[in-house]
Design a protein around this ligand. Structure first.
Ligand SMILES: NC(=O)c1ccc[n+]([C@@H]2O[C@H](COP(=O)([O-])OP(=O)(O)OC[C@H]3O[C@@H](n4cnc5c(N)ncnc54)[C@H](OP(=O)(O)O)[C@@H]3O)[C@@H](O)[C@H]2O)c1
Length: 301
């Protein structure tokens, strides 16, 4: 029997893929080149490999990635660190953008571009089939924007029929886009920006929980603007935890379909984040933390 808990397990609906709820987001493993974020190799390649190996050795079996991190570099690091992959490891990737030479994120949603992206992910990860591919809407770069995703979703469905993808998820989508997508193809997860201070997706999360579809928040710690709040720090101190642990524990307690993929380039932070799965937030702490939703006490976008 496994000794790892990491928030318990979750099975993606209609699949045989079961993961522990505390996973790892690999975006922070890519480097940075001036203003080009998530670009180039990390400064410490051995350190990046060590983080991936420690995550898996600690029980993480859900890794979120994309071939546009680096570009290509994060996937190549995952392959170098972990291939041949443990049988229970689920690697979730996302497609629909390419990187410009200036580091920009350019929509790439034609059938040819999406097909190329799937082949790039397969090659860089060293896989014959991708477990889960999220269609990341580029209609809005910084947040969801309404518009049809029918064309790119139809391409993903075809790639699934061809056997290159097992399951399909969505990212950066509105509730309407999720509902429209569900009429076309089974959706196993939705990945949108959400955290203790940024809760616009609350109604969507409740809906997904009823349908047992995973909700996977990106920027769970605030992303490029780390969460900062006096209330968060006070609660953390009272529980002998760190503010980031409280932010992650809050997400795990928020709903049973919440899967976490906090990103870090530091082994110490990885350990701290995984340990957050052991933290139980009592009702009085939850009451204080609920007030962060208004954004009045939390500095985050
Ligand atoms: N679908 C999408 O459009 C989309 C967009 C963005 C991200 N994602 C995915 O979501 C994952 C998570 O998002 P994210 O990595 O951008 O943001 P995040 O997890 O909210 O935060 C990452 C930041 O938090 C810091 N951090 C991590 N653990 C910490 C700790 N214990 N104490 C203090 N600082 C800590 C990291 O710095 P250190 O490296 O120094 O620890 C990094 O700067 C990504 O890795 C990626 O896989 C998806």
């Amino acid at each position: 029997m496994s000794t790892f808990n990491l928030g318990g397990q979750f099975t993606f609906p209609g699949t045989s893929l079961t993961v522990r709820r505390m996973g790892y987001g690999a975006m922070q493993l890519a480097g940075r080149d001036g203003s080009k974020l998530v670009w180039g190799p990390p400064r410490d390649i051995d350190g990046a490999i060590a983080i991936l190996r420690e995550a898996v050795a600690s029980g993480v079996n859900h890794i979120d990635t994309s071939d546009f991190y680096g570009p290509h570099i994060t996937n190549q690091l995952i392959r170098r660190a972990l291939h041949p992959y443990p049988e229970d490891l689920v690697i979730v990737t996302k497609i629909s953008a390419r990187r410009g030479p200036d580091g920009s994120w350019i929509p790439a949603i034609s059938p040819e571009e999406l097909t190329q992206a799937v082949h790039d992910n397969l090659r860089n990860l060293g896989l014959d089939v991708l477990d889960v591919v999220n269609l990341r809407s580029m209609l809005g770069i910084h947040g969801p924007a309404e518009g049809s995703l029918e064309g790119p979703l139809a391409t993903l469905a075809q790639l699934r029929e061809k056997g290159l993808i097992r399951h399909i998820g969505l990212s950066n989508v509105t509730r309407k886009q999720f509902e429209d997508a569900l009429k076309m193809v089974p959706i196993v997860c939705v990945q949108n920006a959400y955290n203790i201070a940024h809760r616009a997706d609350d109604p969507l999360i409740d809906q997904l929980e009823k349908e047992r579809i995973a909700y996977v928040p990106f920027f769970p710690l605030g992303g490029f603007n780390l969460l900062q709040s006096a209330a968060l720090s006070d609660v953390a101190q009272s529980l002998n935890a760190t503010p980031m642990q409280v932010a992650l524990a809050w997400l795990l307690q928020r709903s049973s379909n919440m899967l976490l993929i906090p990103g870090t380039s530091s082994v110490e932070h990885l350990r701290e984040n995984l340990a957050a799965a052991e933290l139980r937030l009592p009702p009085d702490a939850l009451k204080v933390l609920d007030q962060l939703a208004s954004g009045t006490d939390a500095a985050q976008d």
